[in-house]
Design a protein around this ligand. Structure first.
Ligand code: GLU
Ligand code: MG
Length: 439
């Protein structure tokens, strides 16, 4: 009998390691799988970026289901006879359908749900990604250069086309500062969709790069000493009618009272938040002074080294400011699950709203020029200087740790401390190589 090739589809989650893992089945069975999904195991979430699960609260026990969400589907036909890219992001549920306490996507959904229920506010976001393309030609002087696109145009055109086909709203693509480094942005979307888009974008980028013989890496630092890859999470608040409520002309830096409280909540808990937004050992090699990432937990007006940057808006006469006005969270990278990143930002922002916190202090320029006592007086905290420090800060922050279901907190700390142990004693070049491969 002649063998017919049969396409498969994978139902996936983006997990604690920020890896997209799942299980597949013949695409023909999809109609039956929308409800039942595929089987999943609690310990899978303990697999770290290096394919190890040194410790697990569950061992071999337990069963879950990974249930696809139609909004999470990506189906791309590259039109060259090769296999389609077909996967569907979903939620990890108990066998009775309840969301599993450790499901990252459900963590974000519940944070967004509480934000809306308690405050009537909705979050709109867009994840801006930087990545390195191995296999691209590199020329000294290529920073932001037109020439750095030469040779990678087929990749770029297919990548943008794939983003469009997957309905991600491609917005910009640019050569970045580093050798072989590029940046891509997509249009803003409601919170959950924005995080889904971030997961899809990373996978689509890796898949298209591979089709052209390149390798895309989103690792926070690909080569020691060379500028890192950030994920800058842009966000703004809308009311239930969809009207923008982040901007107030007379507010500090243009922040409305709710936006000010939201930002203040994030910065008050920034050391715990960082444990989820900058969740790898290498994340803290990127978060260094003078590297256009972030080094302090500060708010900055159009400052590319602020942890939360108030972004520019058009200033031409008659320009619509309120809907363009947004904040950018810069202490993030692609070693994290976008669901955990955004979920944590929303939880911290909601806390700021609950406590009606005043706007964070807005100083001009680098907080590093102030002495530590002055920074403390102004409420500007140091970002954690290592992953270990960030995890300790999360564990010690009674309020922030309560945002994570207890099982998720335990699993997260165990997972990440195992990652630190795995890398102990390795030199930085090897650590960079391992992360570049993993992300
Ligand atoms: N590569 C920098 C980072 O790690 C960002 C540079 C920029 O502002 O685009 O965040
Ligand atoms: Mg950039």
């Amino acid at each position: 009998m002649q063998v017919q090739r049969e396409p498969i589809v994978l139902v996936c989650c983006s997990d604690i390691a920020g890896q997209v893992r799942g299980k597949g089945f013949p695409a023909a069975d999809l109609p039956d799988r929308w409800k039942s999904g595929v089987g999943w195991t609690p310990t899978n979430i303990m697999i770290n970026a290096f394919g190890r699960s040194p410790a697990t609260p569950w061992g071999p026990l337990g069963d879950l289901m990974l249930v696809p969400d139609p909004a999470g589907e990506v189906k791309l036909d590259y039109g060259n006879g090769g296999p389609d890219e077909h996967f569907i992001l979903g939620d990890i549920r108990h066998m009775d359908g309840r969301p599993w306490e450790c499901c990252p996507r459900s963590f974000l959904k519940s944070a967004l749900g509480d934000l809306e229920t308690e405050t009537g506010l909705r979050l709109v976001a867009s994840f801006e990604h930087e990545f390195h393309l191995a296999g691209a030609e590199v020329r000294v002087g290529d920073s932001y250069a037109l020439s750095s696109l030469r040779g990678v145009e087929p990749f770029v055109e297919t990548f943008i086309g794939a983003l469009r086909a997957a309905k991600l709203g491609p917005e910009t693509f640019l050569p970045e500062f580093g050798p072989g480094q590029f940046e891509v942005t997509v249009t803003p979307a409601p919170g959950l969709e924005a995080a889904d888009r971030a997961v899809k974008l990373r996978e689509i980028c890796r898949s298209v790069a591979r089709r052209f013989g390149h390798r895309a890496s989103f690792s926070p630092i690909v080569t020691r000493g060379i500028v890192g890859n950030g994920v800058h999470i842009h966000f703004s608040l809308r009311d239930r009618d969809g009207s923008p409520v982040t901007y107030a002309a007379d507010g500090p830096g243009g922040l409305s009272p709710p936006a000010a409280s939201f930002a203040a909540g994030v910065l008050r808990h920034i050391r715990a938040v960082a444990a989820l937004t900058a969740p790898s050992v290498l994340s803290y090699e990127r978060l260094k002074p003078n590297s256009w990432s972030a080094y302090y937990g500060n708010l900055g007006f159009r400052d590319r080294e602020a942890c939360i940057r108030i972004c520019p808006v058009p200033e031409t006469p008659g320009a619509e400011v309120a809907s363009a006005f947004n904040l950018e969270f810069r202490a993030a990278d692609a070693a994290a699950s976008p669901y955990l990143q955004l979920g944590m930002i929303v939880r911290a922002g909601l806390q700021g709203l609950r406590e009606n916190l005043p706007a964070p202090v807005l100083i001009d320029g680098d907080p590093g020029r102030l002495d530590a006592r002055e920074r403390r007086r102004l409420g500007i905290q140091d970002l954690p200087r290592s992953l270990g420090e960030a995890l300790d800060a999360l564990e010690a922050d009674e309020i922030a740790r309560g945002w994570l279901p207890e099982e998720l907190l335990t699993a997260y700390l165990m997972h990440k401390r195992g990652e630190i142990d795995h890398l102990a004693g390795r030199d930085m070049d090897e650590v960079c190589r391992l992360y570049a491969e993993a992300y």
